[in-house]
Design a protein around this ligand. Sequence first.
Ligand code: ACO
Length: 445
Amino acid sequence: MTSVGIDAIEIRTGKLFLDLPNTFAPVKGEDPEKYTKGLGLYTSSFPDVYEDIVTMGANAAKSLMDRKGLEPEDIGRIDVATESAFDNSKPVSTYIAGCLEQVYDGDFRHANKGERKFACIAGTQSLDDAYNWIKAGRNRGRAALVIATDTALYERGDPGEATQGAGAVAMLIDEDPDLVELSTEQGYGSMDETDFLKPNQQFPSVDGKRSMQVYLARMREALEDYESVAGRTHPADFEYIPFHTPFPGMVRKAALLGFRHMSRDTEIEDELADEIGRQPREADFETWDDYEEAIRGYMDDLKTTEQYRDWYDRVIDPTIDISSRVGNWYTGSVHIARLSALKIAAEEGKEMAGKKLLVGSYGSGAQAEIHAETVQDTWLDEIDAVDVDSQLEDRTEITFDDYELIHDVHNHEKEIEVEEFTQPEGEFVFTGWGRMNERRYEYVE
Ligand SMILES: CC(=O)SCCNC(=O)CCNC(=O)[C@H](O)C(C)(C)COP(=O)(O)OP(=O)(O)OC[C@H]1O[C@@H](n2cnc3c(N)ncnc32)[C@H](O)[C@@H]1OP(=O)(O)O
């Protein structure tokens, strides 16, 4: 069987950043620790005046193509995942292909292009599409470019304003991948939910607290569904578990539930029994409320145990590092979590070849998906080549007043002229609108 997976990754962050505890929280009259300790966020990325989902996606894709020495003819498919699209008909992938064709010989005339929408899970669904296309033997030896790109902005004053972000992740999906092979086994948890949606509007209608409950419920169903095909999971099976990370605090909740689930009926539950008792079983309670209360008590105790804390520090904490510095990238968020973990593994000199990851994606509306990935022998060269730190360090800090302006610049309802904060160089930029109201782009040397 051909192995198929992610051959290479590149990211492109919005070039501006807002310091959440020190700049945003004081103006909002909030305790900075809500951000650092509660949400787990330090800074959020924002796009400069000339950046948007197309420029960030095209710039990430160009870095990837240059690094891998690819030409348009090597790509048979361009799938863009986004929930920030500005066009209800023409897909963002055509805009990105148009950008790339400005700088490469040849074109993407024979590449299949599309756009995937299912909130944040669309990035993983695009990986699926590429995987299936290659497995079906329809790729004619060509690779697929998957680009997850979003500008995660909320209405001013919405609680979601705390969890914004902007950036793109470009991934090359190919046979015999250099980074990770994707498992055939997958699990889904999917229900019609009204937790976060954008019915013909730019900024989301969000029931934030409910969206967190729905995330956890669907993730748990996806894990059970995954186990029904792949067999029971155990906390020791996976080196890292990257989750969709709207903010790191969400992952802390998901990780605790996951650990409880994976350690049930194992030696870990036995070892913890003296300290915190056994996990409550529904059958032992007369009412659901009593059972829930017992579960809450068990979870409160579980998160203080050494076993859980060690596991969390080793398996989960490395996945949230980048996210805590860039905020929510919606469709790209789980792919940043994977990258974050592998980057830290590389920095720590960890041998990862052959090790497994369990990847938990989520999209509001709502669906969770779980699959496993196997790290490939060549992973270290790939991870060492990805430029994350310099991009994050090179971002320009904005004040709260700047933030208000930049929010308005990217608000489709407003027309406002604002001077760019940074000077574009060697990148695609947005230049304005064409005669049919299409957005126009050019490459700046
Ligand atoms: C879009 C998706 O990806 S769907 C999945 C998740 N949903 C979202 O991201 C929706 C968008 N975001 C939002 O709606 C909001 O930002 C929310 C719901 C995440 C947070 O809402 P807020 O009302 O602003 O924050 P809240 O008061 O709940 O504080 C956030 C956390 O910080 C904690 N906190 C608050 N103040 C402090 C403090 N001073 N010190 C330590 N912790 C604090 C809170 O207890 C809470 O943690 P908990 O949930 O473990 O109790």
